[in-house]
Design a protein around this ligand. Structure first.
Ligand code: ADP
Ligand code: MG
Length: 326
C-alpha cells in the first residue's frame, strides 16, 4: 500500500507518519518510509539522533543512479538524461519491490530499527529555495515520484511518505500516487483550508483522502472538524504524552503509546488496507501518463530536446507483480 501524510506545516504530519510507521513495524509489516517534507524530520521522529539523521543519503543526490537503474533496457527511454520525474515505466524498465535489495535502496535507503523490526528510510534531502513550487528537472520530490511510479507493492507491504502539500506535488502527479492520503488537520480554519485546497486538486483524480484530526482537545474541536470535513474525517487524535517524550529525545517503548493513539493507528491501517481491493491499476498507469505528457509539454521536451511523449509504452500497466507488459 502506498500512503502519504500531507497537511499544513506543524499539523503533525511527521509525528503521525512516524507513529504509523512504528505501528506497521510493530505488526511485522514491511515498510519503506520516505521523508519528502520540506523540513526533514522523519528520521528524528523515528528515533535517529540528529547526527545520523543529517548524514542520511539524499535521494535528490542520486537522481542519475535512480534513473539509470529504473530505465533498465526500456527501448523507449534513450538515456537517463531524457528521463524526467514523470517518465513512466514500460517494457524493459526495472521495477522496485518493497522487500528486495536493489541499487536504489543501496544508495538511498538506510535501515532504522524500531520496536518490532527494521524499516527502510529514504529521504529527499533538504529543500532549497530553488526546489519550491517549480516543476523542475532536478526536483527533489521527483526522485520519490519516479520510485513510486516504478514500485509494485502488495497488500501487506507499505510505503509511507511524509510530504508537503505544496504546489510541486500538484505540478507533477505526486498527489495521485497513493492508495490512501492522510491529511492531517488541526481543528483550526487554517488546518481545514489546506484540506479544502487538497480536496479541490484531488477531485478529478479519484484520490482517496481521509482527514486525521490532530491535537483535538475536546467536543468543541471534534464538532468543528465534523462540521468542516464531514465524512472525510477518519479519526481524531488528542495530545499525546508519548509524543511529547519523543520530542524530548526519550521515546518510551512503542507499546506504551496511549490507547487512543493505538486505536487511531489501527483504524488508519484498516482504512488503507481496505483500498487494496479497489485498486484500479489501469487508472493508476493512465494518470502517470497524463502527468508525464503534461510535464513533457510544459517543460520536459524543451529541457531534454527530446519528444518525451514517445517514452510512453501504450501496452504497459503497473500491476502488483513484475510481469505486466502486453
Ligand atoms: N498528538 C500530538 N501530541 C503531542 N504533540 C504533538 C502531537 N502531534 C504533533 N505534536 C507536536 O507538534 C509539533 C509539530 O508536529 P510535526 O509532526 O513536526 O508537524 P509537521 O510535520 O506537520 O510540520 C511537534 O513538536 C510535535 O511533537
Ligand atoms: Mg514535518
Amino acid at each position: 500500500m502506498k500512503t502519504a501524510f500531507v497537511g499544513k506545516g506543524g499539523s503533525g504530519k511527521t509525528t503521525l507518519s512516524s507513529l504509523f510507521i512504528r505501528h506497521l513495524a510493530a505488526g511485522g509489516t514491511p515498510v519503506i518510509a520516505v521523508d519528502a517534507d520540506i523540513n526533514q524530520h522523519l528520521g528524528a521522529a523515528l528515533g535517529l539522533d540528529e547526527r545520523v539523521a543529517a548524514g542520511l543519503p539524499a535521494m535528490g543526490d542520486h537522481l542519475p543512479l535512480i534513473k539509470e537503474y529504473l530505465r533498465g533496457d526500456n527501448p523507449r527511454i534513450a538515456s537517463a538524461e531524457t528521463m524526467i520525474k514523470t517518465t513512466p515505466p514500460g517494457e524493459g524498465s526495472r521495477l522496485l519491490r518493497v522487500c528486495e535489495d536493489n541499487p536504489v535502496y543501496d544508495a538511498c535507503a538506510r535501515p532504522v530499527e524500531l520496536d518490532g523490526g527494521a524499516v527502510r528510510l529514504m529521504v529527499t534531502g533538504p529543500f532549497t529555495d530553488a526546489d519550491l513550487g517549480v516543476a523542475c528537472y532536478h526536483s527533489k520530490t521527483g526522485a520519490v515520484e519516479l520510485c513510486l511510479n516504478h514500485l509494485v507493492d502488495g497488500p501487506d507491504e507499505y510505503v509511507v511518505v511524509d510530504m508537503t502539500a505544496g504546489s510541486d506535488s500538484f505540478a507533477s502527479g505526486m498527489f495521485t500516487r497513493f492508495d490512501m492520503t492522510f491529511l492531517v488537520a488541526e481543528p483550526t480554519r487554517k488546518g481545514v483550508s489546506v484540506y479544502r485546497q487538497y480536496k479541490e486538486y484531488a477531485r478529478d483524480f479519484d484520490v482517496t483522502l481521509k482527514v486525521i484530526g490532530n491535537k483535538v482537545q475536546g467536543p468543541d474541536d471534534l464538532d468543528f472538524l465534523r462540521a468542516e470535513v464531514g465524512d472525510d474525517l477518519l479519526v481524531t487524535v488528542g495530545h499525546s504524552d508519548w509524543v511529547r517524550s519523543l520530542e524530548k529525545g526519550r521515546p518510551p517503548r512503542f507499546d506504551l503509546l496511549e490507547t487512543a493513539g493505538r486505536d487511531a493507528l489501527r483504524l488508519m491501517q484498516s482504512a488503507a488496507d481496505a483500498t487494496y481491493e479497489l485498486r484500479d491499476r489501469e487508472r493508476y498507469t493512465r494518470q502517470m501518463v497524463h502527468f508525464h505528457l503534461k510535464n513533457a509539454r510544459s517543460w520536459g521536451n524543451e529541457r531534454t530536446g527530446a519528444d518525451l511523449a514517445a517514452q510512453v509504452d501504450p501496452g504497459f500497466v503497473l500491476g502488483d507483480t513484475v510481469t505486466t507488459s502486453a
